[in-house]
Ligand binder design. Structure first.
Ligand SMILES: O=C(O)CCC(=O)C(=O)O
Length: 264
């Protein structure tokens, strides 16, 4: 891995494309997740739910001027697409408070069952954000590990990324480097990122998702994505979940817990 003193390198095309197989059985999912730092749940939601979430995102874009700023709030793409009627958002945070349909997705029984198997009996919400990655203007996300931004130790959160559109190498689907979730690495810069060397580049994998698939990934898994230069939006919702037993190391007051699910 490169150091801060070296040049900032853009995210390059990945060396390979993840094609499965994706474990379905819970025990196999847990084994696969611990080994690789991710696991994919296919077809978690279908067309009716996707259509409803699409309507919700259109509603929120229309109403953006009056929406409350929840958790990360929202954020515009540096490059706006003038052909759209509403501002071109990069992300919308606090989405599960803004929309009942997204709140329901955060608690989806299949996702929650896999999370319990991986994380234990208690699951709390930490972060909930829609990443819009809009056609033509969606910018890249440099290589990073989420936990280096986050005020929780040990760094053992799990994120669920559910695709709201088909996500492919063409429209900037996520890239990961499997099995990098065992330790944190030094990041640099305002956006907190790392540059990966040729050996790491050779291990990069695109993770294409069909709309409705959910990728679960460890908060230390190295990931990034290229810009979306295609004509297809690549929207995903990412919900990040925290297990019991982590210490809050942030500044200021800790937010009250939001319980997603608790097993007896
Ligand atoms: O949406 C993406 O492509 C990447 C998002 C991401 O890495 C993040 O929110 O941590």
């Amino acid at each position: 891995m490169s150091t801060a003193a070296e040049m900032k390198i853009p995210v390059k095309p990945a060396a390979s494309v993840w094609r499965g197989p994706d474990p379905v059985n819970l025990d196999e999912q847990v084994r696969f997740f611990h080994e690789n730092g991710f696991v994919i749940l296919r077809n978690v939601i279908g067309k009716p739910e996707l259509d409803e979430l699409d309507r919700e995102l259109n509603r929120l874009a229309e109403q953006h001027a009056t929406l409350p700023h929840i958790r990360e709030g929202y954020n515009l793409e540096p490059r706006q697409d003038a052909s759209r009627r509403t501002p071109t958002f990069r992300k919308i945070g606090g989405i599960t408070d803004l929309s009942p349909a997204f709140n329901q997705l955060m608690r989806h029984p299949r996702v929650v069952a896999s999370l319990h198997a991986i994380m234990g009996k208690s699951i709390y919400l930490y972060r909930d954000v829609v990443m819009m990655k809009p056609a033509r203007v969606g910018r890249e996300k440099p290589w990073h590990q989420d936990s280096v931004y986050w005020p929780w130790e040990p760094m053992q959160l799990v994120s669920a990324m559910t695709a709201l559109d088909d996500a492919s190498p063409e429209n900037g689907c996520l890239q990961v480097i499997p099995a990098t979730h065992h330790e944190s690495v030094q990041h640099y810069g305002q956006e907190l990122q790392i540059d990966i060397d040729d050996a790491m580049q050779a291990k990069t994998v695109y993770v294409p998702l069909k709309a409705g698939d959910t990728l679960l990934f460890h908060s230390l898994l190295l990931h990034g994505s290229e810009p979306n230069t295609s004509a297809q939006d690549r929207r995903v919702i990412i919900v990040s979940y925290r297990p019991d037993g982590l210490n809050f190391i942030g500044k200021g007051q800790r937010e009250p817990d939001i319980v997603v699910s608790r097993q007896a």
